[in-house]
Design a binder for this molecule. Structure first.
Ligand code: NI
Length: 217
């Protein structure tokens, strides 16, 4: 098993598969998660082969674009990794990461069990906050035809995956329904540290958004 080559080929595979996706879940999201994951994984002394494969494949078939079926990503990953001759134990770990990593609503418990899974989940969550997170939430809202903000539509804490998936909301509400919750959901020490700065930036942004909304600035 040539690990370096497999990572390189997986990068190419994912890049081609996700090209032109415009809603914030494109190749460049995966790229950033991969870089975050490498940074966190090294500090946390995780198995970097599993971390890198998990990060690269984590959104290969995101549930938001497959009518809510959240098992497709793991299936696609397995077929790909078997073709590369990756050991079964590693395939199992990577597929568990791909299956467990996405956010399914504030009240839904995550299924991540391994250190490598925690690293990838932290890396993915970091990309939803800070400056990048703000850009992504509006890009995603636009793709879904959502309003940027509407004071009439109230914030909801989704109790189930079903509720989260089908929710009608605004991009600003999404800050309260997801983005601002992520800081407290970080798994690793390194992830927590990175989340603090990005979280603060979200708060500053919202503060200013509402001031401008009301003509106070
Ligand atoms: Ni992701």
């Amino acid at each position: 098993m040539n690990k370096k080559q497999i990572i390189k080929d997986t990068e190419k595979f994912v890049k081609e598969k996700m090209a032109g996706e415009g809603s914030g879940h494109d190749w460049w999201h995966v790229y950033r998660v991969w870089k975050n994951a490498v940074h966190i994984g090294k500090k946390e002394k995780a198995d970097m082969f599993i971390v890198e494969l998990g990060a690269l494949l984590h959104d290969i078939a995101d549930f938001k674009f497959h009518n809510g079926d959240d098992t497709i990503g793991a299936k696609v990953s397995r077929v790909w990794l078997e073709k590369q001759g990756v050991d079964e134990e590693i395939i199992k770990d990577v597929c568990d990461i791909v299956k467990g990593v996405s956010f399914k609503g504030a009240g839904v418990k995550s299924e991540i069990k391994t250190l490598e899974g925690m690293v990838v989940q932290d890396a993915d969550r970091l990309d939803a906050i800070g400056a990048i997170g703000i850009a992504r939430v509006f890009a995603y809202g636009g793709a879904k035809g959502r309003e940027m903000y509407n004071p009439v539509i109230k914030v909801t804490k989704h109790k189930s995956f079903e509720e989260y998936k089908n929710a009608d909301s605004t991009s600003i509400n999404h800050f309260y329904e997801k983005l601002l919750l992520l800081k407290n959901l970080m798994n690793t020490k390194t992830g927590k540290k990175m989340a603090r700065g990005r979280h603060k930036f979200l708060e500053q942004y919202l503060n200013r958004f509402f001031k401008e909304w009301n003509g106070e600035m």
